[in-house]
Write a new protein. Structure first.
Lengths: 486, 206, 71
């Protein structure tokens, strides 16, 4: 049964091409496809890119179809593709009029008013700032990264680490093995502690907030509010969602850049995600580090935002091509269902945790191995001059090494140093900036390779490392010269 | 057929899905032994992933948020006492893909053997969604129309004449509100009608 | 006949055609339901254009709004 009858010239072309396909027999250009011949022919008439790519292998067949398209097009007063689409839409509207009736008009005054104030520039931008302040700063920053981290951290410090240390000391006679599990860098005392005490609360609270924004329908509104700003850095409002997700987990966000339409946009988005979008674990820890020094926190935030926009602008300038167009459906605002939000958050946190935990454990093992064999000391000594150039104490060298594994791991290391009061305000700011810009975690690097290819991933790595250190160096130099102390 | 037998004598479907959420590994083998496949397709933001969750108990992890399911997910769903594979696809606007993820959705339709294709639409925007339904029907696919978000349509004062739509399109039409768990069982039985009866060989083996 | 980006806010208008050679953009507009003969209402211009079409709202950028003719 054909649900739609197209204008005569198109139907004639369909009939001729269907017959032609049938007669091709085993020279059929699309043998693997289960679609009906009518549907295949219609796709060909609309110049479907994938099918044409296959068809072009046979010049003769290609010409045959092109002739049919030309013949049909000649008899139509609008582009063939549009004629097909319009016929379908007219049919759809007709059917809608019959099947969907509106006996009474219902309205949702609250949803309507809320929609208006969230997208109106005068009220919308303040609302955006308030949502970010409450959701990100207050809830994730102060509650997740402050309150929760403190509690779980002190639970580990007080209840778990001493027990583990004592246990391995009593049961395992060989010191290197003791160090593998407990003590300063052990799998449990360092790896699992970082993952559950520092990273988990931050990420969990962030995902909870993100799910809430998502289910309420606010995210598309955020996209339309920021489209113009994102155009400036070569992206479009569509890229807002991956970027906001990146503030939760850059690895997830890199996967989601697939929803962007052009290769250029996907490239810019991936690059900015890995350079200047800190993941929740990272900025959560940094927020905690700088919480006592609001000026330093604002400086860090402003600086990273400036890098995001500045580097984005330059990348957009130098990469050939134009910004993708923006179009997005704006679904009605809805009251989110608690159950759905909890399920979503739970599933995401679970994904994240299983992604992260092995990496943290591997990092502990690697550090253990590195320290045991002396390789680690060698590397640390090699990067010590670099950390000194940044104005950092040499105790911070290992942190940058951890940063190779995961940026958040590095940030967590920074947290430890700060707890011991080893860093000044300026050093904290510089370290926070370098670690934010630093190469993303190993998982994200893998994802970049998978999504964008080895060449692009390598190019990004080769840019980001020197760039991060150089920026840190400049910031430190600038702050010292200007006599600014945070 | 051992594996086949074991999940038949398993307990109720709800406890099974609970268990599956905790232990993802056996799902793979269950999917291999399932009898048929169905796919959920439709434009972005029509609630495919929520429906997928309601049908299979599997929650699409990473990328599931409006308009951005970027990968195909598979889950096991129960139709009576038969296990079939449900495939959740990224949103597509028309049969001609405009981005990578839409292409993924179309590849599923073009290459997988499907016992049913559930086209999920936003009932209040029926007119805009129907062109895709036409294209699916044109393609000769076994389409079921799931008119989702009926709750929102009702709130707007809209009334859907399901029988007329079903008659005009020549396919089953199921009104539903997946987020509120309404219409799920009706959809399940519509799917059941599309699945070929178990072959005698399978039946005797069980 | 006017370009969508210039029409008055809140007045129902009918799409009459497109002003673009970009095949992808055309495809997009069509799938969003912005077809000749369809009635739309422009709701706002800044920061993005918002268009009401039936029971849906769609947001588009200026370039897209400039490529649609209405009456």
């Amino acid at each position: 049964m054909n649900p739609v009858v197209y204008p005569e010239p198109i139907e004639a072309a369909i009939a001729r091409l269907e017959a032609w396909l049938r007669d091709l027999g085993d020279r059929h250009p699309f043998p693997g496809y289960t679609l009906s011949p009518r549907s295949l022919v219609l796709l060909l008439l609309q110049k479907d890119p994938a099918l044409w790519e296959q068809l072009q292998r046979d010049e003769e067949q290609c010409r045959e179809v092109e002739i049919e398209i030309a013949v049909a097009q000649n008899q139509l007063h609008q582009p063939l593709e549009l004629a097909i689409a319009q016929t379908r839409h007219q049919q759809a509207r007709m059917l809608e009029r019959v099947a969907l009736q509106q006996p009474k008009s219902g309205t949702q005054p609250w949803a309507e008013t809320l929609h208006q104030i969230t997208v109106n520039p005068i009220t919308g931008f303040p609302i955006l700032v308030v949502i970010l302040y409450l959701g990100v700063y207050k809830f994730v920053g102060e509650f997740g990264a402050g309150e929760l981290v403190d509690r779980i951290e002190s639970f580990f410090e007080g209840q778990i680490n001493p027990v583990v240390d004592r246990f391995v000391a009593q049961t395992i006679p060989w010191e290197p093995i003791q160090d593998l599990i407990g003590n300063e860098y052990g799998i449990i005392t360092l790896g699992i502690r970082y993952a559950t005490a520092i990273v988990l609360p931050v990420v969990a609270t962030y995902f909870l907030m993100f799910s809430l924004l998502e289910d309420s329908g606010y995210l598309p509104r955020l996209s339309l509010m920021l489209d113009r700003l994102f155009k400036w850095i070569g992206l479009s409002g569509r890229a807002v969602i991956p970027m906001v997700l990146g503030l939760g987990c850059d690895t997830m966000a890199t996967i989601v850049t697939r929803t962007l339409e052009t290769k250029r946009e996907r490239l810019i988005a991936t690059f900015l995600l890995s350079l200047a979008v800190p993941c929740a674990a990272q900025w959560g820890v940094i927020l905690g580090l700088l919480a006592q020094k609001p000026a330093a926190l604002i400086f860090w935030g402003g600086f990273i935002t400036a890098i995001f926009l500045g580097v984005g602008y330059l990348t957009a300038k130098f990469l050939p091509g134009a910004s993708g167009g923006f179009y997005m459906e704006i679904p009605p605002l809805r009251l989110p269902k608690i159950r759905n939000i909890l399920t979503k958050t739970w599933v995401r946190v679970k994904w994240y945790f299983w992604e992260v935990l092995p990496l943290f454990i591997w990092a502990s093992v690697f550090i253990w191995f590195g320290r045991l064999t002396g390789i680690f000391d060698l590397i640390i000594r090699a990067i010590e001059p670099l950390t000194l150039a940044l104005g950092m104490p040499k105790e911070s060298a290992p942190i940058f090494l951890y940063g190779f594994f995961r940026r958040d791991y590095g940030a967590a290391g920074l947290f430890d140093l700060q707890q011991q009061n080893l860093l000044t305000g300026n050093q904290l700011v510089v370290a926070a900036i370098v670690l934010t810009l630093f190469l993303p975690c190993v998982a994200q690097l893998q994802m970049i390779v998978k999504e964008r290819g080895m060449k692009i991933a390598m190019a990004m790595v080769l840019f980001i490392f020197p760039f991060a250190f150089l920026t840190g160096f400049i910031v430190n130099f600038g702050l010292t010269q200007l006599g600014i102390n945070f | 057929m051992d594996c086949h037998q074991c999940h038949r004598c398993d307990s109720s479907p709800s406890s099974r899905s609970w268990w599956r959420r905790w232990r993802p590994a056996p799902l793979e083998s269950q999917l291999r032994s399932s009898e048929a496949q169905i796919a959920l397709v439709g434009m972005p933001n029509v609630g495919k992933s929520v429906l997928f969750h309601a049908l299979t108990g599997v929650y699409v992890t990473v990328s599931n948020y409006p308009g951005t399911t970027v990968e195909v997910s598979r889950g096991l769903m129960w139709v009576g006492d038969r296990a079939i594979t449900a495939i959740d696809t990224p949103g597509m606007y028309s049969a001609i893909p405009m981005s990578e993820e839409e292409r993924v959705a179309r590849d599923v339709l073009m290459s997988e053997p499907l016992a049913a294709v559930v086209h999920v639409v936003d009932a209040k925007n029926l007119g805009r969604m129907l062109p895709l339904a036409f294209q699916l029907i044109e393609a000769g696919l076994p389409v079921i129309l799931a008119a989702n978000m009926m709750d929102e349509a009702h709130r707007l004062g809209l009334d859907l004449r399901t029988e007329i739509l079903a008659q005009e399109l020549g396919i089953p039409v199921i009104p539903m509100a997946a987020a509120l768990n309404q219409g799920i069982e009706e959809l399940r039985s519509a799917i059941a009608q599309k699945i070929p009866a178990p072959s005698p060989v399978t039946a005797s083996a069980v | 006949m006017n370009v969508l980006s210039t029409i008055e806010i809140g007045q129902p208008k009918t799409i009459v055609g497109y002003h673009t050679q970009d095949a992808t953009l055309l495809r997009k507009l069509v799938t969003l339901g912005m077809m000749p003969g369809i009635e739309i209402i422009l709701e706002q211009r800044f920061p993005s254009y918002i268009i009401k079409l039936g029971h849906t709202r769609t947001s588009i950028d200026r370039e897209t709004a400039e490529s649609i003719f209405v009456q």
